[in-house]
Design a protein around this ligand. Structure first.
Ligand code: AMP
Ligand code: ZN
Length: 488
């Protein structure tokens, strides 16, 4: 028997048995990217973690509506609602329309997530496509007395809100300390009454490009309100799971909950899930720290931190070896180990269908299955589930070597388990590049022919073969120990 699914809820700080509000339907909302530049590998880790949540819930038979938004307006340079809009700034610098910037990076973002084999969400709404909903929500919060206008900008009144609702419930911070720590700093900031107050709607300065009419004049929405408006629109006033990276807890998610409560008098999501950070030498990978690299740099090995390139499935496997709530430190050594591990897993997957069967089984497949499902049910613990799969790899190799035996029904169970967990739940797939049987076979043939022409001193043809292969991304190297090739 396998256990029930338990999810760690940031709100209650406990692992809770997952009970959807309206089974078999599940509503899942994840804060998506701000498309002002390329997504880096840290961003990908967060979206990959929620891809596992989406895949596993579907695997368990739930009908999941997965909403992941695109922030294309309103995300300012600082969390304190100051600075320029990130997208507008990029548009100004590159002399492009803001929506050209968004489109450019949206195409790139989708391509990268596709390379990593992430399933597309059910709905991918944009902030700029939901201005009306954001204005309506802002109006309601004002009607409820929890927001005020100063010269065309609408501020959320945190101190007043906190008199009725637990503002720091999610972050666990001490509100009095937060208020004391900021009260003195308000001088010179004429507009808002409290330093913790945040903008629901901002008045557009004359030079601001992205602007819409509103009851308070021309302006644009604040960052947090978009997620509240879009999650309510597509998942209802109360839904099952809301997720994002841990760095969103203190401001973005805290404010999302506050806005929602100020508008609808209830909390939006029952379960809040947060992923931990991808780090480089222990430091959070981030664009501003300059330690981030882009997925294509990882695939080609072109970044200075990389000894060589790693395939998307190697990287996917590397990330899944850590639990989503643990930090994951990037290193070449770890990626090289992941590459080997991933290949061993894929080889076992190929072997399992052809295993010879016997009248008796010397291996306990039902137990292995229970172990793997128990791990996934324990807050999506892919790390332990992968350890279980490797126990499966050991069993498969041992049967293949004739050291263990398996019955037909156990073999069917093992094959189904391996296929479903590896491909459907973990989303790992055979790569068509280096490593696949067909490509390996073709490359062996081409390099044999090249060896023949070199033996005949036909170096022109030999070089042509090398150059043409390079054009399709395959690099041939003539070394001391023979010819090797790599693919990117
Ligand atoms: P952004 O586009 O900056 O709003 O980030 C998109 C998502 O990526 C958010 O959920 C962030 O929490 C997450 N994120 C940013 N940096 C990292 C990192 N180094 N590791 C994991 N997730 C991250
Ligand atoms: Zn959000």
């Amino acid at each position: 028997m396998t256990s029930e699914l338990k999810i760690y809820n940031t709100l209650t700080r406990e692992k809770e048995i997952f009970k959807p509000l309206n089974a078999p339907h599940v509503g899942l909302y994840v804060c998506g990217p701000t498309l002002y530049s390329h997504a880096h590998l840290g961003n990908c880790r967060t979206f990959l973690s929620f891809d596992i949540v989406f895949r596993y819930l579907k695997h368990l038979g739930y009908q999941v509506r997965y909403v992941r938004n695109i922030t294309d307006v309103g995300h300012l340079e600082s969390d304190a609602d100051e600075g320029e809009d990130k997208i507008a700034k990029r548009a100004r610098l590159e002399k492009l329309e803001p929506m050209e910037i968004v489109q450019l990076y949206a195409v790139d973002f989708h391509k990268v997530l596709d390379d990593f084999n992430l399933l597309p969400p059910s709905i991918e709404p944009t902030a700029s496509g939901h201005i009306i909903e954001q204005i309506e929500m802002t109006k309601k919060i004002m009607e409820n007395g929890l927001a005020y206008e100063v010269d065309g900008t609408i501020w959320f009144d945190v101190e007043k809100f906190a008199k009725t609702y637990p503002y720091t419930e999610l972050s666990g911070r001490n509100l009095d300390e937060m208020l004391d720590g900021t009260r003195d700093n308000l001088e010179g900031q004429s507009e808002k009454r409290g330093r913790l107050d945040f903008a629901l709607w901002k008045k557009a300065k004359p030079e601001h490009i992205m602007r819409w009419p509103s009851p308070w004049g021309e302006g644009f929405p604040g960052w947090h309100i978009e997620c509240s408006a879009m999650s309510t629109k597509y998942l209802g006033e109360e839904f099952d799971i809301h997720g994002g990276g841990m760095d969103l807890i203190p401001t973005h998610h805290t404010n999302e909950i506050a806005q929602h409560q100020a508008c609808h008098h209830k909390s939006p999501a029952r379960v809040w899930m947060h992923t931990n950070m991808l780090t480089v030498n222990g430091q959070k990978m981030s664009k501003s720290l300059g330690n981030s690299f882009l997925p294509h740099e990882l695939f080609t090995g072109s970044h200075k931190l990389l000894e060589r390139g790693y395939s998307p499935m190697t990287v996917r496997f590397f990330m899944l070896q850590a639990h989503y709530r643990s930090t994951l430190d990037f290193s070449n050594t770890a990626l090289q180990a992941a590459e080997k591990g991933y290949q061993r897993l894929m080889n076992a997957l190929k072997l399992v269908g052809g295993l010879k069967t016997s009248d008796t089984s010397t291996c306990r497949i039902a137990e292995l299955k229970a172990d793997i499902y128990n791990a996934l049910n324990d807050d999506f613990n892919t790390s332990v589930a992968i350890a279980g799969l490797f126990e499966g790899v050991r069993i498969i190799n041992s049967i293949n070597d004739g050291k263990d035996t398996i019955t037909t029904s156990d073999k069917d169970l093992l094959q189904k388990l391996f296929k479903e967990i590896t491909e459907d739940v973990l989303g790992l797939k055979e790569e068509s590049g280096a490593g696949s049987d067909k490509v390996d076979g073709l490359m062996n043939l081409i390099l044999e022919l090249r060896k023949d022409v070199r033996a005949k001193k036909d170096f022109a043809t030999s070089d042509k073969i090398r150059d043409e292969l390079l054009k399709v991304g395959i690099q041939v190297k003539d070394g001391k120990d023979g010819v090797t090739w790599t693919s990117n």
